[in-house]
Design a protein around this ligand. Structure first.
Ligand SMILES: CNc1ncnc2c1ncn2[C@@H]1O[C@H](COP(=O)(O)O)[C@@H](O)[C@H]1O
Length: 349
């Protein structure tokens, strides 16, 4: 089997995908049509064509945050949000994803409350599990550039939602513009959520900030996102790197996102190789597949090609990812699914 087909057919696990960053061009066009048909105001036309960040784009990480507002403008009603969620889940499924932890930041809009926002996504996930052979779970996001009081309100909502939908809501995460806000301010909200049973993942080391990285590792999250500037050669220090190596916290690796936002100069110098060599658990993820025009199978293929991994090694990445999902009750089922694929297609290698 050629690598492209192999990476598409391999049952994969997605653990770091922001809903509003994952809307494909096709989904955005559906949403624009829906807004037009419903007579809702759509002021995204001027920005829409600039939406996707392609290779060679000169935007950096900060610029990239502006593009999320375009997606937000098209997911402001429960119907549009439901459409965005359903289409995005279908796309991940078509790409060979068998389990996804989709994450999103609840927002009050003119048309819905934060509670309705969460309910809408959860209902789409419940419905999709009937039609798709993919399990989906929700991680509720806190945006670090919002006031701490907002984070506290989201923690309350996350705890309530976890009680209401224990089979769907699995975690809470901290994301948003990494140069804004202080991690320590969000520790009380994150701790409350964790004490209530939610798993935690943190965007960590997306920019150079060794002090914060150490604080985050000390917090012992279930996983971290990116981990770009932890190795001493990439903006980290000996202390940050040794803290990660000792804690062995699984890292959600987003290759194309890091290259496109210039957090990493190119694929070859991506920290994947340091993590891989050090035996730090990793999960290949997309981050914002709409913004960066990528897919989960493409991320696996890029990883295999860049770091010369054969198909067995690529499949092992998917198998190991099963250990780091937040829904522990389905780990075994997923492992068996990936193992069956390996037995069928990799035994001769
Ligand atoms: C590129 N790297 C990144 N670093 C940090 N936060 C990011 C991100 N990519 C996305 N987000 C976070 O996800 C939100 C969009 O999805 P939701 O509205 O929550 O579904 C963004 O507003 C940002 O807070």
């Amino acid at each position: 089997m050629d690598l492209k087909t192999f990476c598409r057919d391999l049952p994969k696990i997605e653990l770091h995908a922001h809903l509003n960053g994952s809307l494909s061009r096709s989904t955005m066009l559906h949403l624009k049509r829906f807004y037009a048909d419903s007579g809702l105001e759509d002021n995204t036309n001027a920005f829409f064509d600039e939406f996707q960040i392609g290779a060679g784009d000169c935007r950096n990480l900060s610029d990239c945050f502006q593009v999320f507002s375009i997606a937000h403008a098209l997911t402001s009603t429960p119907e549009a949000l439901a459409m965005a969620t359903t289409l995005t889940l279908q796309e991940f499924h078509s790409d060979g994803c068998c389990y996804i932890e989709l994450r999103s930041t609840p927002r009050n809009t003119q048309y819905m409350t934060k509670e309705q926002y969460v309910d809408t996504i959860v209902h789409c996930m419940q419905k999709s599990s009937i039609h798709l052979s993919m399990l989906s779970r929700l991680i509720i996001s806190i945006n670090r550039s919002y006031p701490v009081s907002e984070a506290e309100a989201i923690a309350d909502l996350a705890i309530e939602s976890y009680k209401k939908y224990p089979d769907v809501v699995v975690g809470m995460e901290l994301s948003g513009e990494p140069t804004v806000g202080k991690f320590q301010d969000f520790v009380p909200a994150l701790t409350r959520a964790r004490n209530a049973g939610l798993k935690i993942t943190l965007h960590c080391g997306e920019v150079c900030n060794p002090e914060e990285i150490l604080e985050m590792i000390k917090f012992k999250p279930g996983r971290i996102g990116h981990g770009t500037c932890i190795h001493p050669k990439l903006g980290g220090t000996d202390d940050t790197w040794s803290a990660l190596c000792t804690s062995k916290i699984p890292v959600e690796v987003c290759l194309t996102s890091n290259v496109n936002t210039k957090s990493t100069p190119d694929y070859e110098s991506h920290h994947f190789k340091y993590l891989y060599e050090a035996g730090i658990p990793m999960i290949i993820c997309t981050d914002d597949k709409g913004v960066f025009t990528t897919s989960l199978s493409q991320e696996y293929r890029i990883c295999a090609e860049t770091f010369s991994l054969n198909q067995v090694k690529v499949a092992r990445l998917a198998l190991e990812a099963c250990q780091y999902i937040f829904a522990e009750d389905v780990q075994k089922t997923l492992k068996n699914k990936v193992q069956d694929f390996i037995n069928k297609y990799c035994l001769s290698q």
